[in-house]
Design a protein around this ligand. Structure first.
Ligand code: GLC
Length: 577
């Protein structure tokens, strides 16, 4: 982040006028519902509003903007009139808004390896987020997943540190823009070790050495900082038993001092009460998600901490300086209000075309026996499985709702839509996979994982709802069609590589489609050969559940274990196996 003397003078001038209550207010982030009343935005000097799962700000973008304008005016009516930051988990498009374009999750963008495309996707996400009133996105997740059992593998780009750093740079540039004021402020998350916990437990314990952290996990943060990222979010995991939120050596020592990060370190959800209260402030957290009943505890706890000398005035001033610095960099003191002219850009075909390109380039062809692909235009096809005609199921978590949706949503197309659009033959649909159509040329079987987010997706975790293999129901669908001797093409919808060795051996073609998002019809464009496969595996692909005997996935645990397919594998139409 370039050190702009004029900017710093404005920050210091404003900081010098602030009372302790106003400073603590700036460090406070709350939901626009439940946590705060409209008047308290003013009386508690709130610095930021977060929108997550819960009542939407309105029925359409104009109402969302109007709501945030009302909240902003409350903040501007305070003595110093410091504008609000509005933050949202727009992690693959403005995915909290029904009708926004939903991009493939980062694992699919990782498979594309297309930094220019990642930048475009981020830029569109920024525009559609601004159009709905936001100026801060909690994205990108720059984790390096060590174990497919983790429920957040799909939020990250790749197991490759180098590829992740490259795409992180593109994502920050896309979200923030290349010049100030930012389009929106981006967030590199979650610092540090979120994807490297033992056994892939979300919020678990990471036991990597500092050297391993520097070598494998830090480069994406260095790339983000070099790209001017405005914020970094602390991670839920512990590092050798110390909560990352309370880890002063890593936050203040490494991130702020050694890497010279001058932006905001924001806590994760309800961190004040979960990770030691004032310890997290002294560790270097600058803004706190004081949600779910933490507001009074946080504001009173920090004030008492300062008055009792537990927290230094310098620490508070460092936090507020960083918050004000970003608000100036974002131009909020010049124009803090949403731009109504952006509303008409939400979900436009131009944005969808970019998302459809991302779908195409994210697909990884793992098998193509006897060149069954590309499909003949006049082939008689049956698309099998409910995942084949449900845009909620193809989009993963963080889609409309925190845990995603199993319903169709506005503006999206399904995989079946694409086949119907591009065929010159006949396309049948077997939703339950039990019809077992006999007289077809090819069965396109769409199976995979229902949407999940965070610990809900951990394999073997507290929820224990997911597994590394296909569900028994999906295995049955596959058996139904292979037993008939019908040619089969499998499309896997998943947030991570799964153990599908048996299905890959038995089918004729196998496509890893990850979590494609709203433009499901893009898949057929590749399967009918209008475009070639370009995707390459962003993760090595596991062969067997028996290989998961260490605290990390096979690729990290023991390099004597051969993956089924290595990182970077992917066929195209000039190759056939
Ligand atoms: C969640 C996630 C984080 C998200 C935040 C706000 O717990 O860990 O990625 O940005 O809370 O929703």
């Amino acid at each position: 982040m370039k050190n702009n003397r004029h900017l710093e003078q404005k920050v210091e001038k404003l900081l010098a006028q602030m009372t302790l209550d106003e400073k603590i207010g700036q460090m406070t982030q709350v939901r626009h519902f439940d946590d705060i009343t409209l008047n308290e935005i003013n009386t508690k000097f709130i610095g930021s509003i977060i929108h997550t799962q819960g009542p939407t700000p309105g029925n359409d973008a104009a109402e969302w903007q109007a709501k945030f304008t009302e909240l902003q005016k409350q903040a501007l009516s305070t003595r110093l009139g410091i504008p609000l930051l509005f933050g949202v988990d727009a992690v693959h498009g403005q995915n909290t808004y029904d009708g926004a374009v939903i991009f493939p999750h980062n694992i699919g963008l990782g498979a594309s390896r297309n930094a220019g495309l990642v930048e475009k996707a981020a830029a569109i996400t920024a525009i559609e987020s601004k159009a709905t009133g936001f100026n801060w996105v909690f994205s990108p997740c720059v984790a390096i997943p060590f174990n497919e059992k983790w429920g957040r593998v799909y939020e990250a780009f790749s197991e490759s540190t180098e590829l992740t750093a490259e795409l992180t740079k593109a994502s920050i540039r896309g979200h923030q823009g290349l010049t100030e004021p930012f389009t929106v402020m981006a967030t590199a998350k979650h610092f540090i070790g979120d994807g490297a916990t033992d056994f892939g437990v979300e919020g678990g314990n990471t036991t990597l050495s500092l050297d391993e952290i520097r070598q494998q996990l830090l480069p994406p943060y260095q790339a983000a900082i070099a790209s001017g990222v405005g914020s970094v979010m602390a991670s839920f995991n512990t590092l050798d038993g110390v909560p990352m939120h309370a880890h002063k050596a890593m936050i203040t020592g490494l991130l702020k001092a050694e890497l010279n990060f001058g932006g905001i370190v924001v806590s994760d959800w309800k961190a004040y009460s979960r990770f030691g209260g004032n310890d997290i402030i002294n560790a270097g957290i600058d803004m706190v998600m004081a949600v779910d009943g933490d507001l009074g505890l946080f504001q009173e706890g920090v004030k008492n901490g300062v008055l009792n000398g537990v927290i230094s005035q310098e620490r508070i001033d460092d936090a507020v300086r960083r918050i004000l610095r970003q608000k100036f960099r974002m131009g909020l003191f010049d124009n803090p209000f949403p731009d109504g002219s952006l509303i008409s850009t939400i979900g436009i075909q131009e944005h969808r075309n970019v998302a459809r390109q991302a779908v195409r380039e994210s697909l990884v062809l793992l098998k193509n026996r006897n060149n069954i692909l590309p499909l003949k235009k006049d082939a008689r096809i049956v698309v099998v499985g409910e995942f084949g005609d449900n845009c909620g199921l193809q989009s993963g978590g963080w889609t409309v709702n925190w845990q995603g949706t199993t319903e169709n949503y506005k503006g999206a197309t399904t995989i079946l839509d694409g086949f119907i659009k591009h065929t010159a033959g006949e396309v049948l649909y077997d939703k339950d996979g039990l019809a077992g159509y006999d007289n077809v040329d090819v069965a396109v079987i769409v199976v995979g994982e229902t949407p999940y987010a965070e610990f809900f997706g951990d394999v073997g975790g507290e929820m224990n709802k997911y597994q590394l293999t296909l569900t028994e129901a999906h295995q049955q669908i596959f058996e139904t069609y292979t037993a008939k001797g019908i040619k089969t093409v499998v499309i896997l919808i998943s947030g991570r590589p799964l153990v599908v060795t048996d299905q890959i051996n038995q089918c004729d073609a196998f496509v890893a489609a990850w979590l494609p998002g709203s433009e499901g019809d893009g898949i057929a464009e590749v399967l009918y050969g209008k475009h070639d496969f370009k995707g390459k595996l962003p993760h090595s692909w596991p062969k067997s559940e028996a290989d998961y005997i260490g605290k990390y996935g096979p690729n990290y645990w023991d390099n004597t274990i051969e993956p089924l397919f290595p990182f970077g594998y992917g066929l195209n139409y000039n190759q056939s196996l």
